[in-house]
Design a protein. Structure first.
Length: 375
């Protein structure tokens, strides 16, 4: 592909060469015609062109031939230049027109076209740059559509999660008002249910507030040097009873070496609460939960694994998004889809990483990497 500069230079040289060649040709042609029309008068008329020695008629004849030559030569040069520059400008105009049409389409919101390649390097670069802009805009448009869809889905899920306990509270309160709870036992049962539903609502609002604060970076952390080995052993012990209550086995494989990180105890506990709660909620009957930790390079690599239902391939990269819940989880297991999102924010605030490995119907492993610090 040639550059526009090269083409300009080439066209100018070509124009000069062709014009000169054509002028020589025209001159030769005129001389030929002249020699046929004035077979014996060539030298006479040539001399006649001189004002000093020439005859008046010969001078006039010479002037006629000179004007004829000048007109033909200038016309030849003009035609050659017009033809060459028309070709060059046609190519440039074609590219400019293409860009203009592309700009018009973008203004109208149509991004489903491709800016074609051009012959010249600079114009081709410009077309490519324009096409890149179009592709970026298209990507943003698609992302915007996806975000809109997710926002709508989130609103639908959220209103569903709020409407269910509110409807229930309303129903039980109406029951009390209408005298349906006509015995102390019934009244206790009604009040218990109302209380439980109110707690569910409160948890949802608390989680939403926490998630929003983390997203906005407004969460306050109390960082301190923390012996993560001791901290995790204590937590594993405290979760054991809860797991066994649900008929699950709890195992821990924590490295004996004392590892120190800089962390906020209560926030890290929140992370493990979320992960253990998931490992319990999404496990199978009689399943196992394993808490493990080992030293890896300059960090502590923690893993909470379960032998539960696992996560579908299509859900894997969405589970850390706020309010996202797998289909199965949404249908029969309680939750707001905020636990993993909150955990991710907290782990990243500790300069760590969190990721998931999971196989459907086999189990899930949630890994956390936290950098070590020497106290
Ligand atoms: P919340 O934690 O707010 O009570 P939740 O458990 O649904 O609700 P997350 O902890 O963020 O929300 O998890 C998001 C989704 O990821 C869950 O709905 C579930 O589909 C899937 N998931 C998370 N952990 C597991 C796991 N250990 N096994 C199988 N699925 C899981
Ligand atoms: Mg959860």
């Amino acid at each position: 592909m040639k550059s526009l500069r090269e083409r300009f230079i080439k066209t100018t040289i070509l124009m000069a060469l062709i014009s000169t060649a054509l002028v020589i040709l025209v001159t030769l042609l005129l001389l030929f015609i002249f020699s046929i029309c004035e077979p014996d008068g060539f030298q006479r008329i040539w001399l006649g062109s001189s004002v000093f020695v020439g005859h008046h008629d010969d001078r006039n004849k010479f002037a006629v031939y000179a004007v004829l030559w000048a007109v033909t030569a200038i016309s030849t040069v003009l035609i050659t230049c017009t033809f060459s520059s028309a070709k060059l400008s046609r190519d440039i105009l074609k590219a400019v027109k293409q860009l203009q049409q592309a700009a018009e389409k973008i203004t109208e919101g149509d991004l489903n076209f491709e800016v074609m390649a051009c012959r010249d390097k600079e114009l081709n670069d410009l077309c490519n740059a324009f096409d890149e802009i179009r592709k970026k805009l298209k990507e943003n448009q698609n992302q915007e559509l996806k975000n809109k869809e997710e926002r709508n889905m989130l609103m639908a899920n959220l209103s569903h999660d709020m409407r269910t306990p509110i409807t229930s509270i309303k129903g039980y309160l109406e029951g009390i008002k209408d005298g349906v709870a006509n015995s102390p036992e019934k009244m206790d049962k009604y009040l218990d249910t109302i209380y439980t539903k109110a707690i569910i609502l409160q948890k949802l609002v608390d989680n939403m507030t926490e998630y929003a604060e983390l997203e906005l970076g407004r969460m306050q952390y109390a960082f301190e040097f923390l012996n993560i080995t001791e901290f995790l052993c204590q937590l594993a012990e405290s979760y054991k009873a809860e797991a066994e209550e649900q008929g699950l086995k709890m195992e821990s494989r924590i490295v004996s070496e004392e590892l120190t990180i800089v962390g906020d105890k209560s926030k890290l506990k929140r992370v493990f609460d979320n992960l253990i709660s998931n490992a319990i909620k999404y496990n199978k009957e009689g399943g196992t939960i394993t808490i493990s930790m080992e030293k890896e390079r300059n960090g502590a690599l923690l893993c909470i694994s379960d032998t539960g239902k696992g996560i579908k391939e299509k859900d894997k990269n969405k589970v850390f998004d706020g309010f996202y819940r797998g289909d199965a989880a949404r249908s029969n297991i309680k939750g707001n889809g905020l636990g993993l999102g909150i955990s991710k924010q907290i782990v990243e605030s500790h300069r760590g990483k969190i990721w998931i490995k999971s196989e459907e119907n086999v189990g899930t492993e949630v890994y956390i990497y936290l950098p070590l610090r020497s106290s």
